[in-house]
Ligand binder design. Structure first.
Ligand code: GRG
Length: 295
């Protein structure tokens, strides 16, 4: 199947499941926080982390279904991180995915709680009956372990701390932050897809290596697009890194070298895919799409 068609298919399946996972009518008193959660979770986005989990699972075992709860969980954590990242106490961004950020639409208190609600709901998805019935308790527990480690202080939250402290002097400093802030969750998505497929530990490690490189490459492209991207296509304000005086690959290396680093990381990532017993080309094509993306 053509890449874009396959991606749209994965996104559709996952968004239907996300919609069903957060009904408004089950908790009328809490409807405002649920609205805020749904606003951010179902309001677009490229769904790259979900694509990785679903694509790896289908590529390895021939069926994406076992990875659906993992794809939902990782997108919930990602949505929470974007809500909190946009708050005035963090990056203070008013636009996200082409719409007012969650705290602009719902107020700061509700946005904070919506983020908390999504973070918690992610683990409810992984420990829920559907996941247990599909992949068994042992594998579900491994997914929970992988995701909680990646999202917490030793992963994404830790990376956000380094980003806020902003003590970046060298490319190594930057890489360390990005490996945690952006890469950890992308890696977790890949590993959870492998676990869902019942893959071996060697395969899971190879997929993690691939995703680690992809995650770093993704962040370098993100830095480039923050300066050279189109606000409309990106759905968020550009030029924020400079305004926030952030050191990025672009500010450290300049456009040509930053582009070369991004290309090299994506090329290295593709080579790692060769170590995986994949039944289709989806991840190769996805990696190429991410290398050349404009939003
Ligand atoms: C406040 C407890 C607490 C935790 C905060 C905010 C946070 C933890 C972590 C932030 C991590 C973060 C926002 C990383 C940015 C990674 C990144 C490149 C995001 C953009 O991802 P895309 O392009 O977005 O995949 P879409 O909208 O396409 O889903």
């Amino acid at each position: 199947m053509e890449l874009k068609v396959q991606m749209a298919h994965y996104t559709h399946r996952m968004e239907e499941a996300l919609d069903a996972a957060l009904p408004l009518d089950h908790a009328p008193a809490q409807v405002e926080v649920l609205r805020a959660m749904r606003y951010s979770l179902l309001g677009g986005g490229k769904r790259i982390r979900a694509q990785l989990a679903l694509g790896l699972c289908e590529g390895l075992c021939g069926d994406a279904t076992p990875a659906l709860p993992a794809a939902m969980a990782v997108e919930m954590i990602h949505a929470y991180s974007l809500i909190h990242d946009d708050l005035p106490c963090m990056d203070d961004d008013a636009v996200r995915r082409g719409r007012p950020s969650c705290h602009i639409a719902f107020g700061e208190a509700m946005a904070l709680l919506a983020g908390d609600g999504l973070l918690t709901q992610a683990f409810s998805q992984l420990s829920g009956e559907e996941n247990l019935a599909c992949i068994g308790a042992e594998r579900a527990l491994r997914q929970i372990s992988v995701l909680s480690e990646a999202a917490g202080a030793y992963g994404m939250v830790g990376g956000q701390v380094l980003d806020i402290l902003g003590n970046h002097r060298t490319r190594e400093d930057l890489e360390n932050t990005d490996r945690l802030k952006t890469g950890a969750l992308i890696k977790a998505a890949a590993r959870m897809g492998c676990i869902a497929a019942g893959a071996s530990l060697d395969t899971e490690q190879a997929a993690a290596d691939f995703a680690g490189l992809l995650g770093l490459g993704f962040q370098v492209v993100d830095d480039i697009l923050d300066v050279y991207g189109d606000t409309q296509a990106l759905g968020k304000q550009t030029g924020r890194d400079a305004e926030l005086q952030k050191v990025t690959y672009l500010s450290l290396l300049g456009l040509e070298s930053a582009r070369a680093v991004a290309d090299a990381l994506h090329n290295k990532a593709v080579v790692r895919l060769d170590a995986l017993p994949l039944k289709n080309r989806f991840l190769y094509d996805l990696t190429e799409l991410l290398r050349t993306r404009t939003h």
